[in-house]
Design a protein around this ligand. Structure first.
Ligand code: ATR
Length: 467
Protein backbone atom coordinates (compact mmCIF):
# COMPACT_ATOMS: atom_id res chain seq x y z
CA UNK A 1 0.00 0.00 0.00
CA UNK A 2 1.47 3.27 -1.09
CA UNK A 3 0.60 6.82 -0.20
CA UNK A 4 2.31 8.65 -3.01
CA UNK A 5 2.02 12.39 -3.64
CA UNK A 6 1.70 12.44 -7.39
CA UNK A 7 1.55 10.24 -10.49
CA UNK A 8 3.17 10.94 -13.83
CA UNK A 9 1.46 9.41 -16.84
CA UNK A 10 3.48 9.22 -20.04
CA UNK A 11 7.14 8.27 -19.91
CA UNK A 12 8.63 9.91 -22.97
CA UNK A 13 11.73 11.91 -22.03
CA UNK A 14 9.82 14.89 -20.62
CA UNK A 15 7.65 12.65 -18.43
CA UNK A 16 10.65 10.67 -17.21
CA UNK A 17 12.60 13.78 -16.33
CA UNK A 18 9.68 15.41 -14.54
CA UNK A 19 9.17 12.25 -12.49
CA UNK A 20 12.87 12.22 -11.56
CA UNK A 21 12.72 15.91 -10.68
CA UNK A 22 9.69 15.29 -8.42
CA UNK A 23 11.36 12.36 -6.70
CA UNK A 24 14.54 14.38 -6.18
CA UNK A 25 12.46 16.96 -4.35
CA UNK A 26 11.12 14.41 -1.89
CA UNK A 27 7.81 13.58 -3.55
CA UNK A 28 6.59 10.01 -3.64
CA UNK A 29 5.95 9.40 -7.34
CA UNK A 30 3.98 6.76 -9.21
CA UNK A 31 4.64 6.39 -12.94
CA UNK A 32 2.57 4.81 -15.66
CA UNK A 33 3.02 4.46 -19.39
CA UNK A 34 0.63 2.93 -21.93
CA UNK A 35 3.44 0.71 -23.16
CA UNK A 36 4.81 -1.28 -20.22
CA UNK A 37 8.24 -1.82 -21.80
CA UNK A 38 8.94 1.90 -21.51
CA UNK A 39 8.00 1.82 -17.82
CA UNK A 40 10.23 -1.18 -17.24
CA UNK A 41 13.17 0.43 -18.99
CA UNK A 42 12.70 3.61 -16.95
CA UNK A 43 12.46 1.73 -13.65
CA UNK A 44 15.52 -0.37 -14.43
CA UNK A 45 17.47 2.65 -15.66
CA UNK A 46 17.11 6.32 -14.66
CA UNK A 47 14.57 5.69 -11.87
CA UNK A 48 16.78 3.26 -9.94
CA UNK A 49 17.18 4.39 -6.36
CA UNK A 50 14.58 7.15 -6.69
CA UNK A 51 11.32 7.29 -4.68
CA UNK A 52 9.37 6.15 -7.73
CA UNK A 53 7.06 3.18 -8.14
CA UNK A 54 5.57 1.85 -11.35
CA UNK A 55 1.89 1.16 -11.92
CA UNK A 56 0.88 -1.50 -14.44
CA UNK A 57 -2.54 0.04 -14.98
CA UNK A 58 -4.54 3.11 -14.05
CA UNK A 59 -6.38 1.30 -11.29
CA UNK A 60 -3.08 0.56 -9.57
CA UNK A 61 -1.98 4.11 -10.22
CA UNK A 62 -5.08 5.52 -8.50
CA UNK A 63 -4.69 3.11 -5.59
CA UNK A 64 -1.09 4.21 -5.00
CA UNK A 65 -1.94 7.89 -4.45
CA UNK A 66 -2.95 9.77 -1.33
CA UNK A 67 -6.28 11.59 -1.62
CA UNK A 68 -7.20 13.93 -3.12
CA UNK A 69 -5.11 12.47 -5.92
CA UNK A 70 -2.78 14.47 -8.12
CA UNK A 71 -2.10 13.05 -11.58
CA UNK A 72 0.28 14.72 -14.01
CA UNK A 73 -0.27 13.80 -17.67
CA UNK A 74 2.74 14.11 -19.94
CA UNK A 75 1.37 12.47 -23.07
CA UNK A 76 1.15 13.50 -26.68
CA UNK A 77 -1.11 16.54 -27.06
CA UNK A 78 -4.42 16.01 -28.83
CA UNK A 79 -6.76 13.04 -28.67
CA UNK A 80 -4.36 11.06 -26.42
CA UNK A 81 -5.26 13.41 -23.55
CA UNK A 82 -8.99 12.80 -24.01
CA UNK A 83 -8.49 9.05 -24.41
CA UNK A 84 -6.50 8.97 -21.22
CA UNK A 85 -9.03 11.07 -19.31
CA UNK A 86 -11.73 8.60 -20.35
CA UNK A 87 -9.63 5.70 -19.09
CA UNK A 88 -8.63 7.49 -15.92
CA UNK A 89 -12.03 8.83 -14.84
CA UNK A 90 -13.45 5.54 -13.50
CA UNK A 91 -10.56 5.40 -11.01
CA UNK A 92 -10.82 8.98 -9.83
CA UNK A 93 -13.02 10.54 -7.15
CA UNK A 94 -14.46 14.00 -6.67
CA UNK A 95 -11.74 16.38 -5.53
CA UNK A 96 -8.96 14.64 -7.44
CA UNK A 97 -6.77 16.80 -9.66
CA UNK A 98 -5.52 15.99 -13.14
CA UNK A 99 -2.83 18.18 -14.68
CA UNK A 100 -1.97 18.19 -18.37
CA UNK A 101 1.67 19.14 -18.83
CA UNK A 102 1.71 18.68 -22.61
CA UNK A 103 1.47 21.30 -25.32
CA UNK A 104 -2.30 21.18 -25.55
CA UNK A 105 -4.21 23.91 -27.33
CA UNK A 106 -5.67 26.23 -24.70
CA UNK A 107 -9.18 25.92 -26.14
CA UNK A 108 -9.00 22.14 -25.72
CA UNK A 109 -7.87 22.72 -22.16
CA UNK A 110 -10.79 25.04 -21.43
CA UNK A 111 -13.16 22.36 -22.77
CA UNK A 112 -11.47 19.70 -20.60
CA UNK A 113 -11.69 21.89 -17.49
CA UNK A 114 -15.45 22.09 -18.00
CA UNK A 115 -15.84 18.43 -18.89
CA UNK A 116 -13.90 17.26 -15.85
CA UNK A 117 -15.66 19.73 -13.57
CA UNK A 118 -18.93 18.02 -14.47
CA UNK A 119 -17.40 14.81 -13.09
CA UNK A 120 -16.18 16.52 -9.93
CA UNK A 121 -12.53 16.33 -10.96
CA UNK A 122 -10.34 19.43 -11.22
CA UNK A 123 -8.37 19.77 -14.43
CA UNK A 124 -5.36 22.06 -14.70
CA UNK A 125 -3.67 22.92 -17.99
CA UNK A 126 0.00 23.24 -17.14
CA UNK A 127 2.45 24.79 -19.59
CA UNK A 128 5.93 23.35 -19.04
CA UNK A 129 8.96 24.85 -20.74
CA UNK A 130 12.65 24.14 -20.51
CA UNK A 131 13.15 21.15 -22.73
CA UNK A 132 14.43 17.83 -21.46
CA UNK A 133 17.06 19.36 -19.24
CA UNK A 134 14.61 21.86 -17.80
CA UNK A 135 12.16 19.10 -16.96
CA UNK A 136 14.87 17.35 -15.00
CA UNK A 137 16.60 20.29 -13.35
CA UNK A 138 13.85 22.90 -13.11
CA UNK A 139 11.41 24.05 -15.78
CA UNK A 140 9.28 27.13 -15.94
CA UNK A 141 5.74 26.00 -15.11
CA UNK A 142 2.59 27.83 -16.20
CA UNK A 143 -0.51 26.32 -14.54
CA UNK A 144 -4.06 27.43 -15.24
CA UNK A 145 -7.53 26.18 -14.34
CA UNK A 146 -9.57 26.09 -11.13
CA UNK A 147 -7.69 28.16 -8.57
CA UNK A 148 -8.47 25.99 -5.56
CA UNK A 149 -7.03 22.95 -7.31
CA UNK A 150 -3.93 24.92 -8.21
CA UNK A 151 -3.51 25.96 -4.58
CA UNK A 152 -3.37 22.32 -3.57
CA UNK A 153 -0.67 21.34 -6.07
CA UNK A 154 1.22 24.66 -5.98
CA UNK A 155 3.80 23.49 -3.39
CA UNK A 156 4.70 20.48 -5.58
CA UNK A 157 5.00 22.63 -8.71
CA UNK A 158 7.07 25.19 -6.81
CA UNK A 159 9.42 22.46 -5.58
CA UNK A 160 10.25 21.21 -9.07
CA UNK A 161 10.31 24.57 -10.87
CA UNK A 162 13.38 26.61 -11.78
CA UNK A 163 14.26 29.32 -9.27
CA UNK A 164 15.10 32.96 -9.86
CA UNK A 165 18.17 34.56 -8.29
CA UNK A 166 16.16 35.48 -5.19
CA UNK A 167 15.04 31.87 -4.76
CA UNK A 168 11.46 32.30 -5.99
CA UNK A 169 10.07 29.45 -8.09
CA UNK A 170 9.38 30.12 -11.76
CA UNK A 171 5.77 29.12 -11.49
CA UNK A 172 2.60 30.88 -10.45
CA UNK A 173 -1.10 30.83 -11.12
CA UNK A 174 -1.68 32.01 -14.68
CA UNK A 175 -5.47 32.20 -14.60
CA UNK A 176 -8.66 30.24 -15.10
CA UNK A 177 -9.56 27.65 -17.77
CA UNK A 178 -6.91 27.28 -20.46
CA UNK A 179 -4.82 30.24 -19.20
CA UNK A 180 -1.73 28.14 -18.51
CA UNK A 181 -1.66 26.63 -21.97
CA UNK A 182 -2.46 30.01 -23.51
CA UNK A 183 0.60 31.51 -21.82
CA UNK A 184 2.71 28.53 -22.91
CA UNK A 185 1.47 28.99 -26.48
CA UNK A 186 2.49 32.65 -26.49
CA UNK A 187 5.82 31.64 -24.95
CA UNK A 188 6.35 29.34 -27.92
CA UNK A 189 5.32 32.08 -30.36
CA UNK A 190 7.95 34.41 -28.89
CA UNK A 191 10.40 31.50 -29.04
CA UNK A 192 9.75 31.13 -32.78
CA UNK A 193 10.31 34.85 -33.28
CA UNK A 194 13.57 35.04 -31.34
CA UNK A 195 14.97 31.88 -32.93
CA UNK A 196 14.29 33.33 -36.37
CA UNK A 197 15.93 36.64 -35.45
CA UNK A 198 19.03 34.78 -34.26
CA UNK A 199 19.08 32.73 -37.46
CA UNK A 200 18.90 35.92 -39.51
CA UNK A 201 21.74 37.54 -37.55
CA UNK A 202 23.77 34.40 -38.22
CA UNK A 203 22.87 34.52 -41.92
CA UNK A 204 23.88 38.17 -42.18
CA UNK A 205 27.25 37.40 -40.60
CA UNK A 206 27.67 34.41 -42.91
CA UNK A 207 26.29 35.49 -46.25
CA UNK A 208 26.55 39.21 -45.77
CA UNK A 209 30.01 39.29 -44.26
CA UNK A 210 31.53 35.88 -44.92
CA UNK A 211 32.27 35.25 -41.24
CA UNK A 212 33.07 31.64 -40.35
CA UNK A 213 31.18 29.80 -37.63
CA UNK A 214 33.86 29.94 -34.93
CA UNK A 215 34.20 33.71 -35.23
CA UNK A 216 30.42 34.02 -35.23
CA UNK A 217 30.25 32.06 -32.02
CA UNK A 218 32.44 34.69 -30.39
CA UNK A 219 30.15 37.45 -31.64
CA UNK A 220 27.08 35.75 -30.16
CA UNK A 221 28.98 35.15 -26.92
CA UNK A 222 29.86 38.82 -26.79
CA UNK A 223 26.22 39.81 -27.22
CA UNK A 224 25.24 37.30 -24.57
CA UNK A 225 27.62 38.95 -22.12
CA UNK A 226 25.58 42.17 -22.27
CA UNK A 227 22.04 43.31 -21.47
CA UNK A 228 20.40 41.01 -23.98
CA UNK A 229 21.77 37.85 -22.34
CA UNK A 230 19.37 34.98 -22.94
CA UNK A 231 19.26 31.21 -23.13
CA UNK A 232 18.65 31.27 -26.90
CA UNK A 233 21.66 33.55 -27.48
CA UNK A 234 23.78 31.30 -25.30
CA UNK A 235 22.89 28.11 -27.14
CA UNK A 236 23.32 29.82 -30.52
CA UNK A 237 26.88 30.75 -29.57
CA UNK A 238 27.46 27.18 -28.44
CA UNK A 239 25.98 25.64 -31.60
CA UNK A 240 28.20 27.84 -33.79
CA UNK A 241 31.26 26.59 -31.93
CA UNK A 242 30.43 22.90 -32.39
CA UNK A 243 31.83 20.62 -35.07
CA UNK A 244 30.34 17.51 -36.61
CA UNK A 245 31.75 14.31 -35.13
CA UNK A 246 31.76 12.57 -38.53
CA UNK A 247 33.29 15.17 -40.80
CA UNK A 248 34.78 17.71 -38.38
CA UNK A 249 32.97 20.41 -40.34
CA UNK A 250 31.13 23.14 -38.43
CA UNK A 251 27.94 21.42 -37.30
CA UNK A 252 25.66 23.84 -39.14
CA UNK A 253 27.33 22.83 -42.44
CA UNK A 254 25.92 19.32 -42.17
CA UNK A 255 22.39 20.24 -41.04
CA UNK A 256 19.76 20.74 -43.75
CA UNK A 257 18.28 24.20 -44.05
CA UNK A 258 14.66 23.17 -43.47
CA UNK A 259 12.88 23.64 -40.15
CA UNK A 260 9.81 21.78 -39.00
CA UNK A 261 7.35 22.71 -36.29
CA UNK A 262 4.72 21.22 -34.04
CA UNK A 263 2.31 24.07 -34.65
CA UNK A 264 2.44 26.23 -31.52
CA UNK A 265 3.85 29.18 -33.50
CA UNK A 266 1.01 28.86 -35.96
CA UNK A 267 -1.47 28.72 -33.05
CA UNK A 268 -0.02 31.96 -31.68
CA UNK A 269 -0.37 33.72 -35.02
CA UNK A 270 -3.86 32.36 -35.48
CA UNK A 271 -4.97 33.50 -32.03
CA UNK A 272 -3.41 36.89 -32.64
CA UNK A 273 -5.25 37.27 -35.96
CA UNK A 274 -8.50 36.23 -34.29
CA UNK A 275 -8.04 38.76 -31.51
CA UNK A 276 -6.87 41.46 -33.93
CA UNK A 277 -3.42 41.80 -32.37
CA UNK A 278 -0.42 42.32 -34.68
CA UNK A 279 2.41 39.84 -34.02
CA UNK A 280 4.38 40.35 -37.25
CA UNK A 281 7.74 39.07 -36.00
CA UNK A 282 6.17 35.86 -34.73
CA UNK A 283 4.18 35.33 -37.92
CA UNK A 284 7.28 36.08 -40.03
CA UNK A 285 9.08 33.36 -38.09
CA UNK A 286 6.30 30.85 -38.74
CA UNK A 287 6.38 31.75 -42.44
CA UNK A 288 10.17 31.64 -42.57
CA UNK A 289 10.00 27.98 -41.52
CA UNK A 290 7.48 27.41 -44.31
CA UNK A 291 9.82 29.11 -46.79
CA UNK A 292 12.67 26.94 -45.53
CA UNK A 293 10.60 23.91 -46.47
CA UNK A 294 10.29 25.08 -50.09
CA UNK A 295 13.78 23.74 -50.61
CA UNK A 296 13.28 22.36 -54.11
CA UNK A 297 11.72 25.57 -55.32
CA UNK A 298 14.48 27.63 -53.70
CA UNK A 299 17.18 25.54 -55.32
CA UNK A 300 15.52 25.76 -58.71
CA UNK A 301 15.01 29.52 -58.39
CA UNK A 302 18.47 30.38 -57.05
CA UNK A 303 20.18 30.64 -60.44
CA UNK A 304 17.10 32.06 -62.16
CA UNK A 305 15.99 35.01 -60.05
CA UNK A 306 18.44 37.91 -60.24
CA UNK A 307 19.76 39.56 -57.08
CA UNK A 308 22.02 42.45 -56.12
CA UNK A 309 25.73 42.47 -56.85
CA UNK A 310 26.82 44.60 -53.93
CA UNK A 311 29.83 43.53 -51.93
CA UNK A 312 29.05 43.94 -48.25
CA UNK A 313 31.42 45.91 -46.01
CA UNK A 314 32.93 44.12 -42.99
CA UNK A 315 30.41 43.18 -40.33
CA UNK A 316 29.59 45.82 -37.75
CA UNK A 317 28.92 43.41 -34.91
CA UNK A 318 28.07 46.19 -32.51
CA UNK A 319 25.37 47.53 -34.82
CA UNK A 320 23.96 44.07 -35.52
CA UNK A 321 23.88 43.29 -31.81
CA UNK A 322 21.90 46.42 -31.03
CA UNK A 323 19.55 45.69 -33.93
CA UNK A 324 19.04 42.15 -32.70
CA UNK A 325 18.20 43.35 -29.20
CA UNK A 326 15.50 45.78 -30.34
CA UNK A 327 14.06 43.22 -32.77
CA UNK A 328 13.96 40.70 -29.91
CA UNK A 329 12.23 43.18 -27.61
CA UNK A 330 9.67 43.73 -30.38
CA UNK A 331 8.95 39.97 -30.49
CA UNK A 332 8.39 39.91 -26.71
CA UNK A 333 6.31 43.10 -27.00
CA UNK A 334 4.03 41.37 -29.50
CA UNK A 335 3.64 38.35 -27.25
CA UNK A 336 2.82 40.47 -24.20
CA UNK A 337 0.39 42.57 -26.27
CA UNK A 338 -1.36 39.34 -27.29
CA UNK A 339 -1.60 38.30 -23.64
CA UNK A 340 -3.12 41.64 -22.71
CA UNK A 341 -5.65 41.41 -25.53
CA UNK A 342 -6.58 37.87 -24.51
CA UNK A 343 -7.11 39.11 -20.98
CA UNK A 344 -9.40 41.87 -22.20
CA UNK A 345 -11.34 39.48 -24.41
CA UNK A 346 -11.60 36.45 -22.16
CA UNK A 347 -10.74 37.57 -18.62
CA UNK A 348 -8.46 34.65 -17.83
CA UNK A 349 -6.87 36.64 -15.00
CA UNK A 350 -3.50 36.96 -16.76
CA UNK A 351 -0.90 39.22 -15.17
CA UNK A 352 1.96 40.24 -17.46
CA UNK A 353 4.32 41.03 -14.60
CA UNK A 354 3.78 37.57 -13.08
CA UNK A 355 4.25 35.95 -16.50
CA UNK A 356 7.55 37.80 -17.01
CA UNK A 357 8.66 36.51 -13.61
CA UNK A 358 7.68 32.92 -14.42
CA UNK A 359 9.58 33.17 -17.73
CA UNK A 360 12.69 34.59 -16.06
CA UNK A 361 14.35 31.18 -15.54
CA UNK A 362 13.83 27.61 -16.66
CA UNK A 363 12.05 28.24 -19.95
CA UNK A 364 13.42 28.53 -23.47
CA UNK A 365 12.77 32.29 -23.71
CA UNK A 366 14.39 33.08 -20.36
CA UNK A 367 16.31 36.31 -20.56
CA UNK A 368 17.85 38.75 -18.10
CA UNK A 369 15.81 41.69 -19.39
CA UNK A 370 12.57 40.06 -18.22
CA UNK A 371 13.53 41.34 -14.75
CA UNK A 372 12.69 44.81 -15.97
CA UNK A 373 9.13 43.75 -16.73
CA UNK A 374 8.67 42.17 -13.33
CA UNK A 375 9.60 45.38 -11.59
CA UNK A 376 7.66 47.56 -13.98
CA UNK A 377 4.75 49.27 -12.30
CA UNK A 378 1.55 47.38 -13.12
CA UNK A 379 -0.08 50.53 -14.46
CA UNK A 380 2.61 51.13 -17.02
CA UNK A 381 3.15 47.51 -18.03
CA UNK A 382 -0.56 46.80 -18.34
CA UNK A 383 -1.57 49.84 -20.26
CA UNK A 384 1.20 50.06 -22.81
CA UNK A 385 3.43 48.13 -25.10
CA UNK A 386 6.64 46.94 -23.39
CA UNK A 387 8.66 48.90 -25.94
CA UNK A 388 7.46 51.93 -23.96
CA UNK A 389 8.80 50.53 -20.71
CA UNK A 390 11.26 53.01 -19.25
CA UNK A 391 13.73 50.21 -18.56
CA UNK A 392 14.21 49.74 -22.31
CA UNK A 393 14.53 53.42 -23.26
CA UNK A 394 18.27 53.24 -23.93
CA UNK A 395 18.07 49.95 -25.89
CA UNK A 396 15.21 51.27 -28.00
CA UNK A 397 17.00 54.55 -28.68
CA UNK A 398 20.25 52.92 -29.78
CA UNK A 399 18.57 49.91 -31.37
CA UNK A 400 16.30 51.74 -33.77
CA UNK A 401 19.06 53.27 -35.88
CA UNK A 402 20.98 49.98 -35.81
CA UNK A 403 17.93 47.93 -36.82
CA UNK A 404 17.20 50.36 -39.64
CA UNK A 405 20.77 50.09 -40.89
CA UNK A 406 20.82 46.31 -40.57
CA UNK A 407 17.55 45.79 -42.45
CA UNK A 408 18.54 48.18 -45.24
CA UNK A 409 21.95 46.52 -45.57
CA UNK A 410 20.30 43.11 -45.70
CA UNK A 411 18.00 44.35 -48.47
CA UNK A 412 20.99 45.71 -50.36
CA UNK A 413 22.88 42.41 -50.07
CA UNK A 414 19.79 40.36 -50.89
CA UNK A 415 19.79 38.45 -47.59
CA UNK A 416 16.21 37.78 -46.45
CA UNK A 417 15.54 39.03 -42.94
CA UNK A 418 11.76 38.68 -42.52
CA UNK A 419 11.96 38.69 -38.72
CA UNK A 420 14.22 41.73 -38.40
CA UNK A 421 12.26 43.60 -41.07
CA UNK A 422 8.95 42.77 -39.39
CA UNK A 423 10.24 43.98 -36.04
CA UNK A 424 11.36 47.23 -37.65
CA UNK A 425 8.02 47.73 -39.41
CA UNK A 426 6.24 47.00 -36.12
CA UNK A 427 8.42 49.55 -34.37
CA UNK A 428 7.93 52.18 -37.06
CA UNK A 429 4.18 51.57 -37.10
CA UNK A 430 4.02 52.12 -33.34
CA UNK A 431 5.89 55.39 -33.68
CA UNK A 432 3.70 56.60 -36.53
CA UNK A 433 1.12 58.91 -35.02
CA UNK A 434 -0.44 58.80 -38.46
CA UNK A 435 -0.57 55.78 -40.76
CA UNK A 436 -1.90 55.61 -44.33
CA UNK A 437 -5.04 53.75 -43.26
CA UNK A 438 -7.00 56.82 -44.35
CA UNK A 439 -6.35 55.66 -47.91
CA UNK A 440 -7.51 52.14 -46.98
CA UNK A 441 -10.73 53.61 -45.60
CA UNK A 442 -11.20 55.62 -48.80
CA UNK A 443 -10.58 52.58 -50.99
CA UNK A 444 -13.06 50.48 -49.00
CA UNK A 445 -15.66 53.18 -49.34
CA UNK A 446 -14.88 53.67 -53.05
CA UNK A 447 -15.48 50.07 -54.09
CA UNK A 448 -17.75 48.83 -51.32
CA UNK A 449 -19.48 51.88 -49.83
CA UNK A 450 -18.16 50.82 -46.41
CA UNK A 451 -18.08 54.44 -45.24
CA UNK A 452 -15.25 56.19 -43.42
CA UNK A 453 -14.69 58.19 -40.27
CA UNK A 454 -13.56 61.80 -40.55
CA UNK A 455 -10.78 63.53 -38.66
CA UNK A 456 -12.93 66.56 -37.87
CA UNK A 457 -16.36 65.25 -36.84
CA UNK A 458 -17.99 62.03 -35.57
CA UNK A 459 -20.13 59.77 -37.74
CA UNK A 460 -19.81 57.66 -40.87
CA UNK A 461 -19.38 59.39 -44.22
CA UNK A 462 -19.08 58.59 -47.91
CA UNK A 463 -16.70 60.11 -50.42
CA UNK A 464 -17.45 61.99 -53.60
CA UNK A 465 -16.62 58.95 -55.75
CA UNK A 466 -19.59 59.21 -58.12
CA UNK A 467 -18.79 62.73 -59.30
P1 ATR B 1 7.66 10.69 -28.21
O1 ATR B 1 7.73 11.94 -27.38
O2 ATR B 1 8.50 9.54 -27.72
O3 ATR B 1 7.72 10.92 -29.68
P2 ATR B 1 4.77 10.61 -28.25
O4 ATR B 1 4.16 9.78 -29.33
O5 ATR B 1 4.71 12.08 -28.34
O6 ATR B 1 6.23 10.06 -27.97
O7 ATR B 1 4.10 10.14 -26.90
C1 ATR B 1 4.52 10.69 -25.68
C2 ATR B 1 3.89 9.91 -24.57
O8 ATR B 1 2.47 9.89 -24.75
C3 ATR B 1 4.33 8.44 -24.52
O9 ATR B 1 4.47 8.12 -23.17
C4 ATR B 1 3.16 7.71 -25.15
O10 ATR B 1 2.98 6.39 -24.71
P3 ATR B 1 3.67 5.14 -25.47
O11 ATR B 1 5.05 5.03 -24.90
O12 ATR B 1 2.84 3.99 -25.12
O13 ATR B 1 3.67 5.47 -26.94
C5 ATR B 1 2.01 8.56 -24.66
N1 ATR B 1 0.80 8.38 -25.44
C6 ATR B 1 0.61 8.74 -26.72
N2 ATR B 1 -0.65 8.45 -27.11
C7 ATR B 1 -1.28 7.90 -26.03
C8 ATR B 1 -2.59 7.42 -25.77
N3 ATR B 1 -3.54 7.46 -26.70
N4 ATR B 1 -2.85 6.92 -24.54
C9 ATR B 1 -1.91 6.88 -23.60
N5 ATR B 1 -0.65 7.34 -23.75
C10 ATR B 1 -0.35 7.85 -24.96
Amino acid sequence: MYDNDIAVVGLAVMGQNLALNMARHGLGVTVYNRTWEKTEAFMAGPAQGASIIAAMDLKALAASLKKPRAVFLMVKAGSAVDDLLDELLPWLEPGDIVMDGGNSHFEDTTARVLRMRDKGVSFLGVGVSGGEKGALLGPSIMPGGPRQAWERVAPMLAAIAAKTGDGRPCTGYMGRDGAGHFVKMVHNGIEYGVMQLLAEAHDLLLRGHGMEARAQSEVFDEWNAGSQASFLLEITADILARRDALTDAPILDVITDTAGSKGTGLWTSRSALTLGVPVPTITAAVEARMLSNLRDLRRMSAPLLPGPRETPPPADRECLGRALFLATLAAYAQGFALIRAAEEAWGFGLDTSEIARVWREGCIIRAAFLDDLVHDSPARSDAHNILLSSAFDAHVASGQAALRRTVSQAANFGVPVPGLASSLAYYDSLRSARLPANLIQAQRDYFGAHGFERTDMPGVFHGPWEE
